[in-house]
Design a protein around this ligand. Sequence first.
Ligand code: ADP
Ligand code: MG
Length: 236
Amino acid sequence: MPDPQEQLFEDTAPIISVRNVRHSYKEGDGVKEVLHGINLDFYPGEIVIIMGPSGSGKSTLLKLIGAQLTIQEGDITIDGENLQGATPKKLMCLRRNLGFIFQSHHLLDSISVLQNVQLPLAFAEDATAESSRIEALEVLKTVGIADQSAKRPSQLSGGQRQRVAIARALIRKPGIVLADEPTASLDQKSGREIVEIIKKMAKELGVTVVLVTHDNRILDIADRIVSLVDGKLVSF
Ligand code: ADP
Ligand code: MG
């Protein structure tokens, strides 16, 4: 049977390519392998959900793709650039094209919502205080909470905080967004709103989304679902 993924994207080069990736953690005196040879391609503009039970290695895989964890074995290529052997400067460029959304928002409560969203622009050469303020307001508008921009994150609901996290992930206009259990701490209605925003942004901005979850209620937003079982991927 032909591979459906190949049929769909046969003329397009993958934006992320994962080849024979293995990963182990130290455990006591020994090591425990949690990823046993992962092969997976992601194509521009698609939303891929990686599902699997807790402990199956989803976050590890996402961190490897996001260059937050050193690759031990195998290769990951982003935009044609192999992460292994990339210079620190190249890695910095690659990371700049990635937006991260986590389960817990990692927002700073000592500054406003607007300042949290501006933060990734703090080191951008081409951004001024005023231009980054305008851009931050713009993305906050995209996720529907521009009116909350003066508040502190702790003054918002969980769903609103996750919107702030999405805005912060989007501010540098990344080509790729990596989301780790973005609905895990939300009730059903807020979770739904969050994935709808992620879907809208992927489709309107052409962003490639890799979303890791064990939340069955959000699977319908995916163009493709893969499952991580015992450290190996299964497509269906
Ligand atoms: P998931 O995100 O699917 O829940 P993880 O990738 O977080 O899975 O973890 C996979 C396995 O690796 C789990 O058994 C977990 O305990 C282990 N693990 C994850 N991170 C570490 C770490 N930093 N040190 C040791 N073991 C870890
Ligand atoms: Mg996880």
